[in-house]
Design a binder for this molecule. Structure first.
Ligand SMILES: NC(=[NH2+])NCCC[C@H](N)C(=O)O
Length: 304
């Protein structure tokens, strides 16, 4: 297989979609490793496997309707494998194997057969102490945007998944890319404050547009830099409630076709009426309770 990812929105040909079977018991508070799951456990609303299955089936149907080739990881018993995005990511024709949080490290094993389709020299393994997850990496033509946490107490946050060391290594592998790193607000327990991955606060759409949540960035200048790159009229600003519901985490099948949650009324109307895009609406409410949404549950391999 010849990988090809130059941006977030090129026409999707091939993707891995996470898988919902044998998700295991709901975690308890100590076992939760992101704020949204923590909040769901605390409020006794952590989702049921049968509902996650229905939501992911609906997503797969939309992908197939657009002739996308869909791979699924193998089932690991009693293990959450919904969020394919983080286990690895593709930049141009290279697949980078993430060094994910320890609580998720068994997930990669289930991708072995998929990884084997890629030539070994197109696979990049990072040193163990270079931490990175695909949700923090957004490839946008000449740019790579990366979410990170500079804080001294980096290690104390379960929601800080990408460190400087990993970013430095990516700069060496991709010297021609302009790699911009953004510090994200971290909070392991309050999902209305903390941002798990960059794709929970920012996501490009179309050819030159984006969805962005200003308060997800520690430094307002980082937010401003993105607005300057895309242009104010090309930015859709989400409120903190919309961030909490995960509006930025929609998924592009092409520059004109976006898969979104049917409850994202304001966003979906804007995408359709102001930006002329086709919005495929599905329900992903239960999955949102585990800290990810549509982008997080995919790992694109080939975009035209
Ligand atoms: N790309 C993403 N935002 N992924 C969401 C992953 C959510 C998952 N519960 C975790 O904490 O790892």
């Amino acid at each position: 297989m010849k990988l090809n990812i130059k941006n977030e929105t090129g026409t999707l040909k091939s993707v891995v979609l996470g898988q919902p079977n044998s998700m295991g018991e709901a975690p308890n508070l100590e076992e939760s490793y992101d704020a949204k799951s923590y909040h769901s456990v605390q409020n006794n609303i952590y989702p049921l496997e049968e509902d996650i299955i229905l939501e992911m089936d609906a997503f797969e149907k939309v992908l197939k309707k657009y002739d996308v080739e869909v791979f699924r990881p193998e089932i690991i018993e009693d293990y959450n494998q919904v969020f394919a995005r983080d286990v690895a990511f593709v930049i141009e024709d290279k697949m980078i194997i993430s060094n994910v949080i320890h609580d998720r490290s068994d997930e990669q094993e289930a991708y072995r057969k998929i990884f084997e389709k890629v030539k070994w020299r197109d696979i990049i393994n990072l040193p163990e102490t270079a931490h990175i997850e695909g949700g923090d990496v957004i490839v946008w033509n000449d740019f790579i945007f990366i979410g990170t946490c500079y804080s001294e107490d980096y290690r104390n946050f379960k929601t800080a998944r990408t460190n400087q060391y990993a970013i430095e290594i990516l700069k060496e592998y991709f010297p021609k890319k302009r790699i911009l790193d953004f510090e994200l607000k971290k909070n392991d327990q309050d999902p209305s404050v903390g941002i798990l991955h960059l794709d929970c606060t920012f996501n490009p759409v179309g050819k030159d547009k984006c969805i962005i949540y200003k308060d997800g960035f520690v430094d307002e200048n980082d937010y401003q830099l993105i607005v300057d790159i895309f242009g104010e009229e090309n930015c859709f600003h989400v409120t903190s409630e919309e961030m909490f519901e995960m509006n930025p985490n929609i998924f592009s099948i092409s520059p004109d076709v976006i898969v979104s949650d049917k409850t994202f009324t304001r966003l979906n109307n804007h995408l359709r009426n102001e930006w002329g895009m086709t919005v495929e609406e599905i329900s992903y409410r239960e999955i949102s309770k585990m800290g990810g949404l549509l982008r997080c549950s995919t790992l694109p391999l080939i975009r035209e």
